[in-house]
Design a protein around this ligand. Structure first.
Ligand code: SF4
Length: 493
């Protein structure tokens, strides 16, 4: 048994840099800061110029964490030279997860030169486009939807590379934040709805692109702005002199913005600036609204102990407890669960009692904090509910007076077609109990259970304009065309 968190699997993290002496090393650092967005595999493509003046694309990728794939530090100058690089951390949402061929960035050489691409998101019409391309004679190397983008660009009849990219991106649907490296440009692009984040930064003269701004902080790059939904940003040697990146639109159609609200709930790091706001602030607000709507009082008027499921719910718990105080509820934020950070991705539990051991290996309770107390356990979401159930039974062993669970998002009921991987609809705890919160409460064996409603969740992010968010995994209302008669798997290549 391999210990996996009961959370949706995050999509991917992408990074790009143009005009820096240590491009591949900085990409390594950038990817390291984005490790939470994908832990399955990692890759970097760098570009240098050979003695004949031709561009050379160098690549190194492998399975594992960034530090494992790039454990040999000589790689950066020996294998990955050059002033430009892009990188990718992968968690597979489409494409056979075990295949090494599916590790990005992908590189091709075509009529207009070299092209490398790294993608965060999930295309909803990749299967259809792939079939069309195969019928036209295209030969695919991978089973990833991202390769469709490369083929669309490479097979374009247009002569200008930016026009080719515009044409290709006009044909794809779904979620994509992209970094593309060509012989003379670094290109960043974001789908029309802006599902996934993508930011532009500067490091001295060089330009950087990243899924999240926490990777800028690590390399001391400064945030410039976000890549707009539907925008293509082009950085080339002229940009280094003018300081003005070129900007194009994928097309001239108007789309509503539909950012993935799960980036605020769980995926993005709290120290990142995403969709125009600090994630930390939005996450605290989710906790505050949760406290206002669903406060917990001790039945004897004693202090309520607020704890989080570390680490993803820490910020929400902070917001929750602050708001309880404002409501004049005597409370204290405590570290009641200790998480073991050194389990690694492949901790194997041999023998019996696997289920029981899974959560114990990952968490332990601070018994002195919980014993005899009314405990509020804050979690950002519940997916299958199996880990939550085990966690609650672990907390029970510390003999608290009561355990109340508060979830800072609504019940998850629908699949995500835009790059997040939830288990099947049938496995989701909310569906197993027909969204009957009382039945889920009984299953989890807590004294009370409350989620945020969709409206309450949107109230928490109102400053970022509630209209601008995708909430499809909670509501089933998909912002873009999705054929709901097909299962999510049928969408995948
Ligand atoms: S369906 Fe859910 S996880 Fe997917 S993009 Fe929309 S809000 Fe995010």
């Amino acid at each position: 048994m391999i210990i996996q968190p009961d959370k949706p699997k995050c999509n991917c993290g992408i990074f790009g840099i143009f005009g820096s002496e240590h491009a591949s090393l900085q990409t390594y650092y950038g990817l390291h800061a984005l490790q939470h967005r994908g832990q399955e595999a990692s890759g970097i493509v760098s570009k240098n110029t050979n003695s004949k003046g031709n561009s050379v694309f160098n690549i190194h990728k492998g399975v594992g964490l960034v530090t494992e794939v790039f454990a040999d530090q000589s790689i950066f100058h020996s294998l990955l030279p050059g002033r430009e690089a892009i990188g990718h951390n992968r968690y597979s949402t489409t494409g056979a997860s075990k295949s090494r061929k599916n590790i990005q960035p992908f590189v091709v050489n075509y009529r207009l030169g070299n092209l490398a691409v790294a993608h965060n998101g999930n295309l909803t019409n990749a299967k259809k486009l792939r079939e069309e391309l195969v019928n036209e004679g295209a030969i695919f190397q991978t089973t990833s939807d991202t390769e469709v983008i490369l083929h669309l660009i490479a097979r374009s009849k247009l002569d200008n590379q930016i026009d080719q990219i515009k044409e290709a991106l006009s044909r794809i649907e779904g979620a994509f934040s992209l970094v593309i490296l060509t012989d003379d440009k670094l290109i960043a692009a974001r789908d029309n709805y802006g599902f996934r984040p993508l930011s532009l930064g500067k490091l001295n003269q060089a330009y950087v692109i990243a899924s999240e701004t926490c990777s800028f902080d690590l390399i001391t790059a400064t945030f410039v702005r976000e890549v707009e939904p539907g925008e293509i940003v082009v950085i080339n040697n002229k940009t280094l002199i003018s300081g003005i990146p070129e900007s194009y639109r994928i097309n001239n159609l108007a789309y509503p913005q539909k950012h993935c609200i799960f980036e605020y709930i769980y995926f993005s790091r709290p120290d990142s600036f995403v969709f125009g706001h600090n994630v930390d602030k939005m996450r605290r607000r989710l906790g505050k609204v949760l406290a206002r709507k669903h406060p917990v009082r001790d039945r004897d008027g004693e202090k309520v102990i607020v704890i989080s499921v570390p680490d993803s719910s820490n910020t929400m718990a902070l917001g929750y407890q602050t708001e309880l105080e404002k409501l004049d509820i005597n409370s204290k934020l405590e570290i009641g669960l200790i998480r073991n950070h050194y389990i690694g991705r492949t901790f194997i539990i041999p023998g019996q009692e696997k289920r029981e051991m899974g959560v114990r290996i990952k968490f332990n309770t601070v018994k002195g904090v919980l014993g005899g107390r009314t405990v509020v356990l804050i979690d950002d979401s519940i997916v299958r509910g199996t880990t939550s159930k085990q966690l609650i039974s672990l907390i029970r062993e510390a003999k608290p007076k009561q355990i109340h669970m508060r979830i800072s998002s609504p019940p998850i009921t629908h699949p995500c077609y835009y790059g997040m991987d939830f288990p099947s609809k049938e496995e989701l705890i909310a569906n197993r109990f027909n969204v009957d919160i009382d039945s889920i409460k009984n299953y989890l064996e807590v004294d009370s259970l409350e989620y945020l409603t969709i409206d309450e969740m949107l109230e928490a992010v109102a400053e970022a304009n509630s209209e601008n968010f995708c909430t499809a995994c909670f509501s089933g209302k998909y912002p873009s065309t999705v054929d709901l008669t097909l299962t999510k798997e049928m969408y995948e290549i």
